[in-house]
Design a protein around this ligand. Structure first.
Ligand code: AHR
Length: 493
């Protein structure tokens, strides 16, 4: 293959990469919470009932904003069911996933887990079956000083001090007919505005995420976003985007070219935000919150009235890991508009880790998340990539190498994916205004085939290793990337 050059310049930066782009999402769905994160009294849990090995594995991902409790689940969820003495909490049939919900995990357990993990709480309110005032009361429960009913309830449940939850999402995928309580955009906008106003009147420091389009194929794509943004006006701080992708046609090159479509989705949404801001003559920009994203196309199902059923337990392979790296590259390349992103989800349900009893399996997609999280601080540089390209059947033309870069003072972090299924790539990295002086460290993820995957029997088939084959010559870095690989490299300047 012809070589590729990535050219960067310190001045061509889009500003700081928001750490909240490396967030996660945990929903009352399948075995994400129960069995995955919280199983009081079971072997392998700590004194608070949290599952020790999954928690330890997740710490390696240094996740930031952690969205909870749904997802589709939240549109039928009443938060008061999940607070107070556990033995008094009602068991309910969850309408989104047809499972049994004991409510043994609720707001207080979630906050305790966020504190243990150093996660930023991010709560989604129920705008499906929940009245706007219920959302407002949840803000009081979480954020207000004691002295009024819901804040006093928090104190009674063990926490005098407010939880200070700064990020609140106004419902989930309300544009989708599958959503409990789905309504057309103009009706959602009214509900969301009412909730937003009361929530902000309760705590002016909170930031709000309005529901944008839940996928790119929905007929109301972008029209929904425009209507909602116009109605909510300056009450919106962020608008949500969701995206799940898959290799349904067994076409690996096209699957890996999905980055074009992710870039476009981000740019479409940013354009609508800018259009509405201009139309309203507002000084306040609305930023993007990609609060559900991942590869998901194999596993689905219904909970069939069971507690903690096996649902959406995708087994991930090498090509999926490359696509996850593609999402991250796209997020970094749009650091000026994209401020929050949450991989969906974190344990068992379309997740980087699976659990069986007290054991944990690290999946292929765990590694790019870990490799990027270690190097996420700094300014996003705009990469100019010159090299061979190919035409994806549905996703269009892409360079064989996908890349992003972050400048952190005297360190340059470069992320590069070789999308070729069978050829090595020789890569030259140039920071035009400063010489690269040394390799600090680097991780490489690759495998024997696009479908290579880890299993409990063979857990190390797809695993990152320290990179080799990097040299520095005359201030430039030369890297050899194997086929189907992701590299995350830190250089000293
Ligand atoms: O993450 C799984 C589901 O995907 C979420 O519940 C929903 O918001 C989306 O459709």
């Amino acid at each position: 293959m012809e070589p590729t050059t990535i050219t960067l310049h310190s001045d061509y930066n889009l500003g700081a990469v928001d750490p909240r782009v490396f967030g996660g999402f945990m929903e009352h769905l399948g075995r994400c919470i129960y069995e995955g994160l919280f199983d009081p009294g079971k072997e392998g849990t700590d004194e608070d009932g949290f599952c020790v090995k999954p928690v330890e594995a997740l710490k390696r991902l240094k996740m930031t904003a952690m969205r909870y409790p749904g997802g589709n689940f939240v549109s039928g969820y009443h938060w008061m069911d999940g607070v107070g003495p556990r033995d008094k909490r009602p068991t309910r049939r969850d309408m989104a996933w047809q499972s049994i919900e004991t409510n043994h995990f609720g707001t207080d357990e979630y906050i305790a887990l966020c504190r243990k993990m150093d996660w930023t709480p991010m709560i989604t309110v129920n705008l499906g079956t929940g009245p706007p005032e219920e959302a407002r009361n949840w803000v009081e429960y979480c954020n207000c000083p004691t002295g009024t009913a819901y804040a006093d309830m928090r104190k009674l449940n063990g926490s005098k001090d407010p939880y200070d939850v700064a990020l609140w999402c106004l419902g989930n995928e309300m544009d989708g007919p599958w959503q409990i309580g789905h309504v057309p955009a103009d009706q959602y906008a009214i509900r969301a505005q009412q909730a937003a106003k009361m929530m902000q009147d309760t705590d002016q420091k909170i930031e709000l995420v309005v529901c944008g389009s839940s996928n790119i194929s929905i007929p109301t794509y972008m029209d929904w976003d425009r209507k909602v943004l116009e109605y909510l006006g300056d009450l919106s701080d962020y608008i949500s985007l969701h995206r799940y992708v898959g290799n349904r046609d067994e076409d690996t090159p096209d699957f890996l070219a999905i980055t074009n479509s992710i870039d476009q989705q981000i740019e479409d949404t940013a354009a609508v935000c800018r259009f509405v801001q201009a139309k309203r003559r507002s000084k306040k920009p609305v930023y993007l919150c990609f609060d559900e994203w991942n590869v998901w196309y194999r596993e689905g199902g219904s909970g069939e009235g069971k507690f903690a059923p096996h649902l959406l337990e995708e087994v991930y392979n090498l090509e999926d890991a490359l696509v996850v790296a593609g999402f991250l590259n796209s997020f970094i390349r749009h650091a000026d508009v994209l401020k929050i992103a949450n991989i969906a989800q974190i344990v068992n349900v379309i997740a980087p880790i699976l659990t069986r009893g007290k054991d944990v399996l690290i999946q292929s997609i765990f590694y790019p998340l870990e490799m990027y999280a270690r190097r996420r601080e700094g300014l996003s540089l705009q990469p100019v990539i010159s090299g061979p390209s190919y035409e994806g059947k549905t996703n269009g033309e892409v360079t064989v190498i996908d890349a992003s870069a972050i400048l952190n003072e005297d360190a340059l972090n470069v992320f590069a994916t070789n999308r070729s299924v069978n050829e090595h790539s020789e890569l030259t990295i140039i920071l035009s205004d400063r010489p690269i002086s040394k390799l600090v460290d680097g991780d490489l993820l690759t495998g024997s085939s696009p479908k290579a995957a880890n299993s409990y029997e063979q857990p190390n088939v797809v695993k990152s290793v320290p990179i080799s084959g990097v040299t520095i010559e005359e201030g430039k870095a030369l890297v050899t990337l194997p086929p189907m690989s992701v590299a995350a490299i830190t250089f000293g300047l």
